[in-house]
Design a protein around this ligand. Sequence first.
Ligand code: UT7
Length: 350
Amino acid sequence: MIRSKIAGIGMYVPANVVTNIDLMKYMDTTDEWIQERTGIKERRYAHRTKETTTTMGVEAAKIAIERAGITPKDIDFIVFATLCPDYYFPGCGVLLQRAMQMKEIGALDVRNQCSGFVYALSVADQFIKTGMYKNMLVVGSEKHSFGLDFSTRGRNVSVIFGDGAGAVVLQPTEDENRGILSTHLHSDGTNAEILAMYNPGTHANHWVNGQKLADFDNAEIGQMFFSHSMIDKAQVFPNMDGQAVFKVAVEKFPAVIRESLEANNHQTSDLRLLIPHQANLRISQYVQKKLGLTDDQVYNNIQKYGNTTAASVPIALCEAWENGLVKEGDLICLAAFGSGFTWASALLRW
Ligand code: UT7
């Protein structure tokens, strides 16, 4: 039986550190509020004009590829997860293929927000298990800082998010006790608008649950998905009902982690490390308590980077590995929850 193993891992975060105190220049917030509610102390923001979601993904990918002992020309397929792509279309996968001068391989973009990396990893895992490809590149990258509302109106969202990228190279292994043991993917779109960015979009059905998502004056041909009043009314920023998201997150995170353990006849005590998507330190602490995990069994770095959505799991995994917390033979669980809602887990033996 063929399994996929992580043969190389890399991360990239921009040099520019933005503290909670820095954000006070733009909006009515405090360091105390942000730290108490989220655990975040600082985050990184990409260079406004010189860095993009793709360029950060490239930096992380270079490291992952080098650590796998291969070159960009050896990559057989790209899966790129992001919610803030460089362009509305085409996706970042092809931009990375071009930037890294790879062969004319397939490139797929995954749009699953905070769960994006775990979804992308699962897609890549299937290609390896079927024997179709030998070197899969999986990237999660985000440049949130370009699309947030930095006025007080947007403070509940903008203080949370940060920029960065993570990447892994997956390769086949015939060692049954190594690699990705299973992945578990879920969605429930009932409350899709609770955590969403509606515009630009083709919905045109602009009232959802009593809320006006966009200022369309009419449905005439020529009506664009952007209007001046959408900008004036802040309908071009991410929208989030934080408390509603929090409630579902603390239910789905533990469930999908348990699901991965049960599928492989493991218990929480077998886990060397849980790498949860870095949504909010309070969510991670709640999940840790609910599963009865020790402090050593859960990795958190949201304090330094904020929530980097699709990049958060590979950044945390890479940092934990670089710090010597992930060693050969360790049982590792990756888990994520976010917009959609979508949630997912992957259990792997390093
Ligand atoms: O990756 C997955 C995506 N998202 C999540 O996982 C988010 C999950 N939810 C959360 O993390 C939390 O709900 C937040 C951190 C977003 C918000 O924390 P909260 O404890 O749920 O606060 P709240 O939204 O209920 O707001 C409480 C108060 C409000 O003021 P009033 O109405 O009580 O006067 C807000 O206006 O805090 C105010 N507030 C702020 N104050 C200072 C909201 N944002 C800020 C801010 N600074 N940045």
